[in-house]
Design a protein around this ligand. Structure first.
Ligand code: HEM
Length: 507
């Protein structure tokens, strides 16, 4: 009994010391937030869906809230005003990224997780020149059109279709061509799982999905320094093994390209200059980029671009199969603008406001990146509070999209809210309206937004124009757990009934 009492006494003393130490070291003038326990902080309040738990906590503590994740203080912004402060007004001081173990091992010196430096500015410049300038978007338009046509050719008719699979093939083939001029899946090999290209696509998809999962998995070492120091779960080692797997996939491709570049045939004569060429040109010229950076940057495109893109189109389709009336409205618009004798083209998009409204509404309800993760560079004041350098500031994009004060009936899928006569007419997702930030805003705005926006709208328009989709009875809209991108827990499967003449499907 004495021993038990002694143990209890020691435990109380330890907690008291921790609380005292926390009281002394905690910055005083910070936004309100839940009580923080020693070591774990308020982690026990964060459920399996952190974006939801934190949106709920913000209802109690306010749109500027301090939450201790273990020993790391994170300030959450969950209103247009607070978001604006960090990603526009004080953007220059909050454009750094919180440090995390997984990306620092898996994607070292990349664009997404690095601070803004001359290195990251150079990477962003190369990225934009290869992906998003209007010249490049025009030059790659046919490539994307071919892949949309391929998607239509390969979706089976009058049967239940795994919609996510077709969106994956679409994104995989488009990005693999933009990055390395390789189409990883040949049209004939769609059902043939033995061909080399199919295996490669599967590998690429698997590594990309695993990368998204690893980066999105809660890692205690990111929040409790002692756990990281001792690496008890061997996480650091697992990350290194995974990086080796990523390396061996791209090294062969880079090697072949280096040999091609050494040979007498100039790449230009063989094909358009792609992202890999652009990175290697840069690596040839100066020391800032070496082959390790080239490898990282290739994976970064897949990590940042694939899952987000696939998830966005899949969520839109998943909401639409639950809303047949909305699907019919979209199809009526498509019939009026495109007709029924050809497939949708990217150039139709400016004339398809209802499709754009569907994309906005889907990204409002299901932002694939639910938080904008930023970090303070220099101690400053915001809304009268003291924010120390190194403090993480997260904008809860998911929470913003569900604010009843901005979006009446916020949990209902209603694209009409963005159209004339609707409650949110005029709001767009390009970083100027702080009510709707699926791509972020300011210096760290999604570098791929123009291509992503175009691809999501064209994918949804193409699928709706070509088929009427009916959901199975057990269809639900649950979010998956433990991944960086917010995807559906169960891939969308729906019955596809063709609605166009047969020749359109064989173009
Ligand atoms: C619908 C699809 C997509 C969504 C919703 C999305 C969303 C985002 C968001 C929210 C950020 C962080 C912004 C911030 O911190 O303020 C981001 C960053 C980024 N995205 Fe996207 N993204 C999408 C597709 C893509 C695609 C297709 C690519 C590449 C081809 C891409 C490349 C990047 C890069 C490189 C960054 C890092 C930019 C930086 O930190 O400076 N994204 N994206």
């Amino acid at each position: 009994m004495y021993v038990t009492l002694l143990n209890r006494g020691s435990a109380i003393a330890v907690v008291a010391i921790f609380l005292l130490a926390r009281f002394i070291t905690t910055p005083k003038n910070i936004p309100p937030g839940p009580f923080a326990w020693p070591i774990i902080g308020s982690l026990h309040l964060i459920g399996p869906y952190p974006h939801r738990s934190l949106a709920k906590l913000a209802e109690k503590y306010g749109s500027l809230m301090s939450v201790w994740f273990g020993q790391r203080l994170i300030i959450f912004a969950t209103s247009p005003e607070t978001a604006l402060e960090f990603v526009k007004t004080q953007d220059a001081n909050f454009c750094s990224r919180p440090k995390q173990q997984a990306p620092s091992v898996l994607l070292p010196h990349d664009l997404t997780f690095s601070d803004v430096t001359s290195h990251s500015k150079l990477l962003r410049k190369i990225f934009q020149q290869q992906f998003t300038t209007s010249k490049k978007m025009e030059a790659t338009q046919q490539l994307r059109a071919n892949e949309f046509a391929h998607m239509l050719r390969t979706i089976p008719h009058d049967t239940t279709v795994n919609v996510k699979f077709h969106l994956e093939v679409l994104a995989g083939n488009i990005f693999s061509q933009l990055v390395m001029s390789r189409r990883l899946l040949q049209p004939s090999s769609i059902e043939d799982t033995t061909t080399d290209s199919t295996e490669k696509l599967k590998d690429l998809m698997k590594i990309t999905a695993d990368l998204d999962r690893i980066i999105g998995t809660f890692n205690p070492g990111d929040f409790i320094p002692a756990v990281k120091r001792f690496d008890l779960a061997g996480i650091g080692c697992k990350f290194k093994q995974f990086r080796n797997r990523m390396d061996s996939f791209v090294e062969k491709i880079i090697q072949e390209r280096l040999e091609e570049r050494k040979s007498s045939r100039a790449p230009k004569e063989l094909r358009e200059k792609d992202y890999l060429d652009a990175l290697l040109d840069e690596a040839d010229q100066q020391k800032e980029i070496d082959l390790n950076v080239v490898k990282t940057m290739i994976w970064e495109i897949f990590a940042a671009g694939m899952e987000t893109n696939i998830a966005s189109s899949e969520w839109a389709m998943a909401e639409l199969v639950n809303a047949p009336h909305t699907m019919k409205k979209a199809q009526a618009e498509l019939d009026a603008v495109v007709g029924r004798d050809r497939m949708v083209k990217e150039s139709d998009l400016p004339n398809l406001p209802y499709i754009k409204a569907i994309a906005k509404e889907s990204l409002r309800l299901h932002p694939p990146v639910p938080f904008l993760a930023h970090q303070c560079i220099k101690s400053c004041k915001a809304f009268g509070y003291d924010i120390k350098s190194g403090t993480s500031v997260f904008v809860n994009v998911y929470g913003l999209g569900r604010l009843e004060s901005i979006y009446p009936d916020p949990n209902t899928f209603n694209p009409d809210r963005f159209l004339p006569g609707g409650s949110n007419v005029g709001l767009d997702y390009q970083g100027q309206n702080f009510e709707l930030l699926p791509f972020g805003s300011g210096r760290r705005i999604c570098a791929g937004m123009p291509v992503a926006s175009l691809m999501v709208q064209t994918a949804v328009a193409t699928l709706l124009h070509a088929f009427t989709w009916i959901a199975p009875k057990d269809h639900e809209l649950m979010e998956g757990l433990g991944a960086a991108s917010l995807s559906k827990a169960v891939p969308l499967k729906a019955h596809a009934t063709p609605r166009l003449p047969s020749h359109v499907y064989s173009l």
